[in-house]
Design a protein around this ligand. Structure first.
Ligand SMILES: NC(=O)c1ccc[n+]([C@@H]2O[C@H](COP(=O)([O-])OP(=O)(O)OC[C@H]3O[C@@H](n4cnc5c(N)ncnc54)[C@H](OP(=O)(O)O)[C@@H]3O)[C@@H](O)[C@H]2O)c1
Length: 237
């Protein structure tokens, strides 16, 4: 059976959230079978319901992605159930806010676990599966905080900077197997992530802006490799 007949398979970590849900819509529209993973089953079902008209298939898995061993198991079992894996989008997680001058070890560790350790484990698990089926695309959600100092995001930015570095290493190691790795680094996106500290929505990016970037990277020829896409808010600084 060809890939087109069988369907391409994508996993969206955080597929019920602001960015993940918009990315899932993009992947559904481009003919992917979807696995959405996050903690809250009701919100996952709500996202899946919206996608069922356009996606070839949508399956949901409720689980805590902060546990690296669980991340590995979930990715491996989703890929095994589908028989292949073509796309992984890592779009889950919140921010443990801290300033460098006041950062507690606990918030530093939370950010490193959620934005470096778990995403690296997810990418490694996906890359091993993609190698077996001849290639694929891994997208990590980075942040502009990786490259510049943002107040209250000291260890979050540090984790995202390390993720960018780790993603470049992974790319070098797996490109010969047809696996691409891209980091999308947005400015502030209008999602529930910002909670009470929500800046003005009209000044922020839309989740769909990030989804468009995923679509762009997906549509490129097999030769074209994008290491990082940075999306800024116009007139922000
Ligand atoms: N929004 C921004 O301004 C912005 C800018 C740059 C980068 N990013 C990055 O983009 C990614 C997604 O952010 P977002 O703005 O879309 O956030 P969001 O709207 O809050 O969505 C987060 C998603 O992650 C899931 N999630 C959170 N903690 C989880 C856990 N422990 N285990 C499993 N799933 C979990 C949530 O579902 P449950 O709560 O049900 O688990 C939800 O589906 C993050 O990596 C963030 O750092 C965001």
């Amino acid at each position: 059976m060809s890939t087109d007949e069988q369907g391409r398979v994508a996993i969206v970590l955080g597929g019920s959230g602001g960015i993940g849900r918009a990315v899932a819509r993009e992947l559904a529209a481009t003919g992917h079978d979807l696995f959405l993973i996050a903690r809250n089953q009701a919100r996952l079902e709500e996202a899946a319901k919206e996608l069922r008209d356009t996606a070839r298939g949508v399956r949901t898995i409720a689980g805590d992605l902060a546990d690296p061993e669980a991340v590995r198991e979930q990715i491996e079992s989703a890929a095994a159930a589908a028989g292949r894996l073509d796309v992984l989008v890592n779009a889950w997680g919140g921010i443990a806010r801290d300033h460098a001058i006041r950062a507690r070890p606990a918030s530093i560790e939370d950010n490193i676990r959620d934005h470096l350790v778990a995403p690296m484990v997810a990418a490694k698990s996906a890359a091993l599966s993609m190698k077996r089926s001849g290639g694929g695309l891994i997208i990590q959600l980075g942040s502009i905080a990786a490259n510049e100092a943002i107040g209250g995001a000291a260890s979050y930015g540090a984790a995202k900077a390390a993720l960018l570095s780790a993603s470049r290493s992974l790319q070098r190691e797996v490109e010969k197997h047809g696996v691409k790795v891209t980091v999308i680094s947005p400015d502030r996106v209008d999602t529930p992530l910002h909670g009470e500290e929500h800046p003005e929505s009209s000044a922020m990016l839309r989740p769909e802006d990030v989804a468009e970037a995923v679509g762009f990277v997906l549509r490129l020829s097999p030769t074209a490799m994008v290491e990082e896409v940075t999306i800024r808010c116009r007139g922000d600084r």
